[in-house]
Design a protein around this ligand. Structure first.
Ligand SMILES: COC(=O)[C@H](CCSC)/N=C/c1c(COP(=O)(O)O)cnc(C)c1O
Length: 546
């Protein structure tokens, strides 16, 4: 009755009608009744979920999530018995002992070697790597990278500097790099129109100014591209180009802000979400390092207390390698095999020219370009849940905002509690194959992608011969070295069966084309490609243009 405190809330309407249907699953099976469920009821519900997942698992080809991390269940199921938590810094044991930090450190060391960083971790070496295994995916890594960049560029105290910890240093720049000293502690972010939405979420969450926001607010009508300030750096060839950042446009935009003393926060893509494109990081560095040199951003004096100064960069390059950082090192290893080896031969069949650089080994004009890097574990490696790796160097690390005593470790990661199973699945995958076997797997994925592309083009010809080709064709396209092929979006039943990711793209003529894409991760075999193509050949696979 009224007045009596409600013990639990009653549903406002029938929960079985509240949510959209999910394929062949019934909401009623999963409702949690106040009296609980018997073991039999729970088992039946979970059996139905498993049946659904088995069906979808075999035909998931639409996202860059490799579906076959072999052996992880039989090797690692035993760890589901423990309550793992890698809370705190990976290199400090901390007080929560049921952790897998020793495995996390082995994974970090291995990726540091693949990404050509100085390892093992050494707190005394400014150039040593530091990193941690992410509890979310690259979204967490991008958030953490951009937060680190913002604090580094706006003069927060660095972790490598002596100081009484805790207190935040107030930023004052002793030698303003330009006549407007106020800009010196206001970093401006740049990223391309093909950037993942997690970056847009990160700049919003972290209140980081983008070049578009500052341009429109403080430099109206002065965009150096001779147009209104674009929201993002244009991609080469526009929205229906390859998906790489337009380096000429980037250089003009960065120069505009560097000349006005703004520190530069640059996010570059290495394996974009929809087109799998790689920004040309070497070319970006070759163009921008001279700009930073000329505008006093290569290295600058920071004074954050009378007489307390340090020298640090006025720019930060973060590489969003969610997909590419897991995959590209193995192509570089395949390319390093002696020319006569079958692996090097197979690679040359897939890639003409040099393997692009993206990691801590990239040095241009004597400058180690990359400040931070992120990789998703559930993409190339194929972890069964979102995870990943964030990596930077000691010299770029900022003092954490607090020093919690009770965890027995400095709070140096983005998450508090951290997943202790993720290091295990990454470790198991890395350790279960030799470097050469990983390299061969990467080359095979390129070959499967080429097979996918040629199969789609052949399908287009078959449909054309039978006069069943939709108007405008299948617009099959693949960016250089990409693991994905994009093509005309098929009918919904095909999208649902194959978990296809779709995106509208504005063509040069201003028309919108609806695309889908397939990623040929290791779990996508040529047999799977054939089955997919047959489904696209079937009647009704493409909506007839009305
Ligand atoms: C539409 O597809 C996506 O959003 C996928 C995640 C699903 S892959 C299994 N991409 C995530 C992604 C992310 C975010 O990574 P997650 O947080 O791990 O999803 C960051 N950067 C790039 C270039 C990305 O492609």
């Amino acid at each position: 009755g009224e007045g009596r405190a409600t013990v639990i809330a009653e549903p406002a309407r029938d929960p079985r009608q509240a949510y959209p249907e999910q394929d062949e699953l019934d909401i009623a099976d999963f409702e949690i009744p106040a009296e609980g469920m018997s073991a039999q009821q729970r088992k039946r519900a979970l059996n139905r979920l498993e049946t659904y997942l088995v069906g979808k698992h075999e035909t998931m080809v639409g996202f860059q999530g490799n579906q076959d991390m072999a052996r992880y269940q039989q090797d690692l199921a035993r760890f589901m018995e423990f309550h793992l938590n890698n809370v705190g810094d990976p290199f400090q044991q901390g007080n929560y002992k049921p952790n897998t930090k020793i495995v996390e450190r082995a994974v970090l060391d291995h990726y540091a070697s693949l990404w050509r960083a100085a390892w093992p971790y050494d707190a005394e070496n400014p150039d040593s790597y530091w990193g941690y295994v992410l509890t979310m995916g690259s979204t967490e890594g991008n958030l953490y990278a951009l937060a680190s960049a913002r604090d580094y560029l706006s003069g927060k105290k660095l972790i490598t500097e002596p100081g009484d910890g805790g207190d935040q240093m107030v930023y004052v720049q002793a030698v303003p790099a330009s006549e407007e000293p106020g800009n010196a502690n206001r970093p401006v972010a740049f990223y391309s129109e093909d950037t993942h939405y997690s970056v847009i979420k990160a700049v919003r969450t972290l209140a980081i100014d983008t070049f578009a926001a500052v341009g429109r607010a403080e430099y109206p009508g002065q965009c150096p591209l001779g147009m209104d300030w674009p929201m993002e750096v244009p991609s080469r060839g526009g929205p229906d180009g390859t998906g790489e950042i337009d380096v000429d446009a980037l250089e003009q935009l960065v120069t505009f802000f560097a000349e006005r003393g703004h520190p530069v926060l640059l996010l570059l893509n290495f394996g974009t979400t929809f087109k799998g494109a790689y920004d040309n990081i070497e070319k970006v560095a070759a163009r921008l390092i001279p700009v930073f040199e000329r505008t006093g951003l290569l290295e600058r004096e920071i004074e954050f207390e009378p007489g307390r100064t340090d020298r640090r960069r006025g720019f930060w390059v973060h590489v969003d390698g969610a997909l590419g950082a897991g995959f590209m090192p193995f192509l570089r290893i395949a390319a390093a095999e002696d020319r006569g080896s079958d692996l090097a031969l197979q690679l040359r069949r897939e890639i003409k020219g040099k393997i692009p650089e993206f990691d801590f080994g990239l040095v241009v004009d004597g400058v180690d370009v990359v400040s931070s890097l992120v990789m998703s574990g559930h993409k190339w490696p194929g972890a069964p849940w979102p995870c990943g790796v964030f990596m930077t160097k000691n010299k770029f690390r900022v003092e954490p905002p607090s020093q919690p005593a009770y965890t027995g470790s400095p709070d140096t990661t983005f998450a508090g509690s951290r997943n202790g199973l993720s290091p295990l699945v990454l470790w198991n995958d890395l350790a279960s194959k030799s470097i050469r076997e990983h390299a061969a797997e990467a080359v095979r994925a390129l070959r499967t992608t080429r097979y996918l592309e040629s199969s789609l083009r052949e399908l287009e010809d078959r449909l054309d011969r039978e006069d069943r080709l939709p108007d405008g064709g299948l617009y099959v396209d693949r960016s250089p070295m990409a693991l994905t092929v994009r093509f005309r979006k098929p009918a919904d039943h095909v999208i649902e069966k194959w978990s296809l990711s779709c995106q509208p793209i504005r063509t040069g003529s201003g028309r919108i084309r609806h695309y889908a894409h397939v990623f040929a991760m290791s779990s996508v075999t040529e047999e799977k490609v054939d089955a997919f193509i047959e489904d696209l050949f079937a009647e009704g696979a493409f909506d007839r243009p009305h």
